[in-house]
Design a protein around this ligand. Sequence first.
Ligand code: F6P
Ligand code: MG
Length: 427
Amino acid sequence: DTPLNTRLSARYKRSFAYPSFKDRIPVILTKVIDHLVRDKESIIAHFGEKAREEVKNVIGYVSQLKNELMTDKPLTELSSLGSDHELWNRILSDKTKEHSRPPTWFQTEWLYAECYLYRRLHEAFLQTEAIKHLDPFHWQKTKALENSLVQAEILAQHVNKIVSNNADSSETEQLFYEFLKISLWGNKCDLSLSGGTEICLQENPLNQVLKYDSFILADDSQCVLKHLADSPKGTIDFVLDNAGYEVFTDLCLAEFLLSKFDEHKVLFRTKAFPWYVSDVIAKDIHYILNTLKEKKGELAECANRWQSLFDSGKFQIVENQFWTTPCVYADMEEVDPKLYGELKESKLIIFKGDLNYRKLDSDINWPPTTPFSQCLKGFHPAPLVSLRTLKCDTIGGLQPGKAEQAASQSESWMVTGDFAVIQFDSS
Ligand code: F6P
Ligand code: MG
């Protein structure tokens, strides 16, 4: 029931936005509260006695936030904590003017309200001293990583063999497609959609790649390869999505690009604070490397090599506040010209995941056959590719008949993470 060419919103009851705000996102907040209640003593042991009162305050804040969402209250201004508050408050005031009243959760644009929710959650911690840097999703991310170690080890073994061998060019091409798709399907592992249960890892990841090609609804991987092979060596940017297994697959792809395409360096662009449950913050990458080093064997071998790539600057983590704003990427040049300028230097920008896709295509209910470059609405800093499993009801760039074919296989094809796209743009 979302009109065509309109941004998604929970006001459309048959969109994925509505059940998300009604059921799924309140559960995410409940889990945060439960964690703080359950693990209070260990939090205090870690952050000190001051944390006792602060944990209580955060629990109160998050409960109230959940209540505001569930009763569709108007969104309110952020306090002056956090250097991004002016941007947020300006957007809120623009929306208030536009509609002659403040936006409410279910009536306004979903993307905006959902980002606002994670920013408000961050605000709860900004108001504290001792637990300012507590990541309320850390425990879920670490548990998910533990649960994926069998798959990660299979991949580690594969990567370790490949980087130490010389491959001829046709082998390199095949391996490129394989690593690209491993990283693509790594995006199925998402804790905000699954509510914490891993739905992505039943299989050997190497078999998954071959078996699921028919679920890739648009596959521009050949264009990506051609672009990489035909252009001078350069910097690859990953705009990351989820921690745990997904970022592990991204690191594999990144190392493959350095070792077989001889690219100069890889920048891993991360959020600056906890976001959409499983999204990567810098701390998660360090945690993953340290955890894998302790596992010994193939995993440690991989992690030690990656650590040296970070040490030598071939791999770099770059945080930016823009990724945790509600802005769509078509607005990046205006909102954050510095970041846009940095991305212009990239040889290839790899956007991982569903939320990045929503921001690439402005979260609009496009007719699915709308060309991908049109959905980008002028966002063309450098050649880019989106590796996304579908978890939200917006899509463009499909050939005629593809959407219908997917819908005939599954009514909820757009939101389960079972279908995917590899979409490239170099305009
Ligand atoms: O809740 C909104 C949403 O964008 C979903 O559509 C998706 O399930 C999740 O958040 C994020 O997915 P990803 O981790 O792939 O960006
Ligand atoms: Mg995510």
